[in-house]
Design a protein around this ligand. Structure first.
Ligand code: FES
Length: 89
């Protein structure tokens, strides 16, 4: 069994800048909300190791293929999109 990570200081900023992603129409993406994932900005399941399991990925489906800027600092008020909050960190 995996060791649990203390539930303190989350979400953490994976990076203090957004990531540009080219989406595929109709595809569902799982955006990392805790900041632990090594597959930023997407979830790799690491949130399951945080004590109490208070985090889950945010699923988002794009109707059309387009370019989006996704938050990696995890402080955005409009997740999964970057809203500039990383500038306050
Ligand atoms: S990267 Fe999080 S708000 Fe910009």
């Amino acid at each position: 069994m995996e060791e649990m990570i203390p539930n303190e200081g989350f979400p953490i900023a994976a990076k203090k800048e957004p990531c540009c992603v080219q989406t595929e129409a109709g595809k569902t993406y799982a955006w990392c909300t805790c900041g632990l994932s090594e597959k930023q900005p997407f979830c790799d399941g690491k949130h399951k190791q945080i004590e109490g399991k208070p985090y889950a990925s945010l699923k988002v489906t794009f109707e059309e293929a387009k370019e989006v800027w996704l938050c990696q600092c995890k402080q955005s008020k409009n997740p999964p999109y970057c809203d500039g909050s990383h500038n306050q960190l």
